[in-house]
Design a protein around this ligand. Structure first.
Ligand code: CP
Length: 320
């Protein structure tokens, strides 16, 4: 296993071989998670704190399950009932929790860069569970695992990422990961939802869904991220669905064996037709959720190994 990282803050810090190490270990955790007894001792004796400053269903639940299945003591900080509501800053909150000696801190925050800042202030390993429009690394890793298991590889595929690219940390992390693994990436959406500077990632940009989907192996749909929008970006949801919502007619332009993905939460009838989302022959949305637990177990296991090695080295220095 090659995985040198101290924290998991973004895909941009990972080398292709580190990404492969996460996916290989996650494959093993998929097998464990399908057993009746899903227990490992990879994090035995360790403490994991989950701090979610933004709503979450999939990411928070899967990080909690992942930690528990690996034998960690897991604490979910209830941000809504915490002293954050009395004005305590993110850094003071993190320093307070750091004084309780956690080993792993899982953080979601609405501000881009907040998790990186926090990682510079604490002694434990920090995992980014999504920061603003910046990155959502475990989402991109679970998407990569889903694609690799479905397509048998994670290279040389044509992947269409469709919808609100501008406000999406999922799109950004996927763009970086899929680029590192040498895939052809197409971004499809209205010009108002396309960030500037996408060309630097080597992606092709389309505003016509049918054109962009031609020959795609993977169709990744995104929600309109209204919580990060400042003003109106589309004429109406009805018009948006007509032009950019994935339905059977538009999907027919992709390869016949193309898979349909969505990170969730979905807005049926806005970016995706409900029947496509539920079509077990095309949609891998539930598989993505399953892979999420395994990928988060793999990430925390690998970070814990590095943390133990670092602490072992420091202890040896002290002894000398
Ligand atoms: N995909 C994702 O991040 O979902 P949640 O917001 O429910 O965690």
């Amino acid at each position: 296993m090659t995985f040198r990282a101290r924290h998991l803050l973004g895909i941009e810090h990972l080398a292709p071989e580190e990404i492969r190490s996460v996916l290989d270990l996650a494959d093993r955790y998929v097998d464990l998670n399908r057993r009746t007894v899903k227990q490992s001792d990879a994090l035995a004796g360790m403490t994991q704190i989950n701090m979610f400053f933004e709503n979450s269903t999939r990411t928070q639940a899967s990080f909690e399950l992942a930690g528990k299945r690996l034998g960690a003591d897991v604490m979910n900080m209830a941000v809504a009932q915490s002293s954050v509501k009395k004005g305590e800053t993110l850094i003071d909150t993190a320093l307070t929790l750091n004084a309780m000696h956690p080993d792993l801190l899982v953080v979601r925050h609405p501000n881009s860069g907040a998790v990186n800042l926090l990682a510079s202030k604490v002694n434990c390993a920090v995992l980014n569970a999504g920061d603003g429009k910046h990155e959502h690394p475990t989402q991109a890793l679970l998407d990569a695992l889903t694609i690799r298991r479905e397509k048998g590889r994670i290279q040389r595929l044509t992947v269409a990422i469709c919808g609100d690219i501008a406000h999406s940390r999922v799109a950004r992390s996927n763009l970086i990961l899929l680029g590192k693994m040498e895939n052809r990436i197409r971004l499809i959406g209205p010009p108002t939802l396309m960030p500037s500077g996408v060309a630097e990632f080597g992606a092709e940009v389309y505003d016509d869904m049918r054109e962009g989907l031609k020959g795609a192996d993977v169709v990744m749909m995104l929600r309109l991220q209204k919580e990060r929008m400042d003003g109106g970006f589309i004429p109406s949801e009805r018009e948006y669905y007509h032009r950019y919502g994935l339905d059977a007619e538009k999907l027919a332009h992709a390869r016949p064996d193309a898979i349909v993905m969505h990170p969730g939460p979905m807005n049926r009838g806005v970016e995706i037709d409900g029947e496509i989302a539920d079509d077990i022959n095309r949609s891998v949305i539930q598989e993505q959720v399953e892979m999420g637990v395994a990928v988060r177990m793999a990430c925390m296991d690998l970070l814990a190994r590095n943390l133990r090695a670092e602490r072992g080295a420091k202890a040896a220095e002290t002894y000398v």
